[in-house]
Design a protein around this ligand. Sequence first.
Ligand code: PLP
Length: 285
Amino acid sequence: MRTVYVNGQFVPEGEAKVSVFDRGFLFADGVYEVTSVLGGKLIDFAGHAARLRRSLGELEMRMPVEEDELLDIHRELVRINEIDEGMVYLQVTRGAAADRDFAYPGEEVEPTLVLFTQSKPGLADSPAARAGIKVISIPDARWGRRDIKTVQLLYPSMGKMMAKAAGADDAWMVEDGAVTEGTSNNAYIVKDGTIVTRQLGTEILHGITRAAVLRFAREAQMKVEERAFTIEEAQAADEAFITSASTFVLPVVEIDGTAIGAGAPGPVAKRLREIYLEESRKAGI
Ligand code: PLP
């Protein structure tokens, strides 16, 4: 049985408990982070910790523990659960107030901190990375502060179900005619050697993998444009791909039934995936 972390304690998953009055459960009043593990090491931990601090700050919540303790908890869970490749999920909610009330409770209510691991052997060498994935486009019906990584994941879940029903693997969301991002990842196209991805703003999550991949791309002298693009532009691109902590760099080979480029993973996505995995393994902690 897996060991999870709940509010200061490492406990078997079957014994872990959170109150029915927890605001994460009642109001989706919480934020989360996902950090990948490769070779038993945490990838980009500092980036995820920094984004957690920012998400909490935007919601007037405090960090439940300091960053070095957070790192210790991550490492301890990876060790106890013997994770070689996989993910560590972390959730912080505003905790459980005495009654259900929309207004935020006072400082006396402690936030809830939960962490758990998911083992994913073969994460880095996935069949999806070799074959590429198919996406469909759907309207972006999420709330306006997508830069905060909240646990409101119902629309992304609906999007994944829409993709599944259409025989695809994922969905890219479209707002005012332009692609925002994937349901749980950032979206990119490549045209004539230039990598194009949506600019940062409140419309998308500021992906930690996105930041690393764009840095590696620029270091490798690849051209990067941060701007909005349409589904039509994506369908006419040479390549498309997504990035996230759990997929790294994953080629997209079909959008709304149209093959992208040769309909197979392209050289830019393949190269970026290699660089990202190599550099991340080296920098893992
Ligand atoms: N965009 C959305 C909506 C996400 O949910 C995620 C990850 O969960 C990402 C982008 C990618 O972010 P990261 O690279 O930090 O995992």
